[in-house]
Write a protein that binds this ligand. Sequence first.
Ligand code: ADP
Ligand code: ZN
Ligand code: ZN
Length: 832
Amino acid sequence: MITTKAGKWVEALVDCSGAQGLYIYALPPHLSIAVGDILSVPFGKQQIGAIAVRLLDEIPHTLSDSQIRAVDSVVSQGFFSAKYWYLLEKVAAYYQTPLMQVVRTALPPGLLGRSQRRVRLLPNVIPPDAEVFLPPAALCVLAQLQHSAEGDYTWQYLRQKCRGASRGIQALLQRQWAESYLALPKPPRPKRRQAVTIAHVPSPGEHALTTRQREVLSLLQRQGGDMWLQEALQYCRTTSTTMRSLAKKGYLSIEEREVLRQPATYTATSDTPKALTAAQQTALETIQSLTSYAVCLLHGVTGSGKTEVYLQAIAPRLQSGQSALVLVPEIGLTPQLTDRFQQRFGDRVCVYHSGLSDGERYDAWRRMLQGEPLVAIGTRSAVFAPLPNLGIIILDEEHDGSFKQDQPMPCYHARTVAEWRAESETCPLVLGSATPSLESWVALQGSTSEAAQPVSEKMDLGEVKRDRTPTLHYLSLPERVHKRPLPPITVVDMRLELQIGNRSIFSRTLRSALEDMKAQGEQGILFIQRRGHSSFVSCRACGHVMMCPHCDVSLSYHRIHSQATSLLRCHYCGFSQIQPPDCPACGSKYLKHFGSGTQRVEQALETELPELRCLRFDSDTTRNKGAHRALLSRFANGEADVLVGTQMLTKGIDLPQVTVVGIIAADGLLYMADYRASERAFQVLTQVAGRSGRGEQPGRVILQTYNPENPVVQAVKQQDMLGFLDTEIEQRSTLTYPPIGRLILLRVTSPNPQLAEETAHDIAAHVAPRLSDDWSLLGPAPAPVLRVARRYRWHVLLRGVISAPIPDLTDLPKQCPNQVSLTIDVDPLNLM
Ligand code: ADP
Ligand code: ZN
Ligand code: ZN
């Protein structure tokens, strides 16, 4: 029978093959346990590793004392810091997610299952007459350890050798003659991969080769004559048959080589800090003066050298033994960016993102837990990287939507979690962007800090109170490095093009800009928005857009199959109508939904501007590992004149030869059926425009649209961020949308359409009575894309004032019938 005094239980995370979960154990009186310790606990017939997650004063009344087993021993103290568990608990509470699910998001799978408990004798502490004091089990263990060469065995081995080994080990530990520790497992056998090397360079007189084979050899040679086979195939756009026949002829050798899972891709040419511009210097000094929790918004125009500021902010911290966490958007994790960090910090850099295999993720964790200071650079989930002694967190492109997880739960925003983390680690958080999010902007205006703030005249947030008001610093890099000008933006009215009979997707202006560019031997980028977002309907003759009469958002185009009637639907309120055959504003027949893929642009280039060589950069062409890097280096080497691509082109690409950026149709961005459409459009367009003119030659941007007078287009053209933000905040205030208000989205999905709809209504009925006056309930409404991956999706949207406490919704998922799942998305970004 276990006594029921306060603090007598521990909730422990068990994580081994076949089981993962939180279990309650009793604390035996002789053990003192702290959160973050690694424990050994009984589980079924085994003893396994577990992490102490929480100390409990009470146990759930559904459990009786007799059902609870006791912790066996403490394997390793302070393995995870209490701060770390605090962070995970905070995420669980705020995002209404069971703690276990948060833990799963944060930890690599099988972390504990693969580790081993070991015991070692401490040197020179065992008195000569030790036997006198020890019980027989401890004597047996001692004898075993003293016999081994290193005084070190696994628990498992000792158990086999001695009866009552656990008690024996405990006796030695209590006397502090031995210590118990968790040995992280040896990495599995190193991975091997095939590599190609040039063995013999053909002389011009050799006839054994086809033209194509020669081409492949010369491409390889250009890359230094040595590449991984997989990358070489992509880079040379060839097949392994071609490679093998070249190998057979003796021109190449193909062999297996060992790869490090954390590939050391940085070159020997290390890079030194640059002399900073005055603005960079001021920003850096402010950041360096911060030694406790504070948030800095580093607002720097594209090409203003934000990354250089990050690098120099990190360097001294790393020197003094602190780690740094650098978070970048999915699309921002380009090889160019990681190369820059690796060139500066060498093997101190640890790359960490969701694309890593389990093994790679595990290796990265192992390194971080070893305690040497590191620079971890990664995407969203890296916000949970267990870095020792964190000295600074940097979140680059803080406005980017990929920092938010849509599903599965927890639907966390890495910026929010980074704030909590910086707060608990008492270190500064730097948010960098050329186009700050409305969230950060409003927080800045509401901040009580005396730090410099940007002047924004119309801003009046009245009663708005933020729930978090750390010291906020505004740091500005208003100019590009070397005072290079921002590229001028020409807006082209595509309606006029249609009027004069130009049906091409290229306006005359863009066409002649591309021709000039080719003549000058420069390069260009053609941008179109990602597919799937082009669901609004507009008139190509007059630019009229079909809007919801109730909600101030554009209607989405729906068509379940090709014979069905086209429906237009509002996914906020559920309003729907049949798509009219003609434009309600001007009567023209050109009322169409938008769509223009990268492939279409590529084809149009081929027929209309055949002298331009083009490379396509989208999720199709960059799917394979390393394809990103291969494509970019081919473009940088001048293998193509234009790069055609989607959102992936917006960030992290610093190519000095690019002088023309063409935005094929801005409209797809302007009318996403979402209250954030304008903000996102402004950000993406500004970022894409920012790829132009980063080198010696000045750049230009041509923005094509059917709505030249659209305020977003105008703001982008005039590079008027403050004006844009003011208008946008005003609009959000009227409708209590974030960041003035707050939203919670309940997503109901099911393979069964009726069940999805019914459950959505049930959920709404459950929730409505528990909402205070500060909240209102919108819907249920079908999601704008009704069916995804064979599941039907319905939404219930809760909208509240920013100060309203979030209602407890954690019981809702349990109320869903089989076949229906519910995701609670607090502060959703994506309402699609
Ligand atoms: P951002 O991240 O703000 O778009 P980057 O950090 O990519 O800008 O900088 C743009 C370019 O300017 C890069 O090629 C970078 O190496 C260079 N650069 C940055 N700071 C300096 C500086 N102080 N002196 C010279 N070049 C710089
Ligand atoms: Zn509506
Ligand atoms: Zn019209």
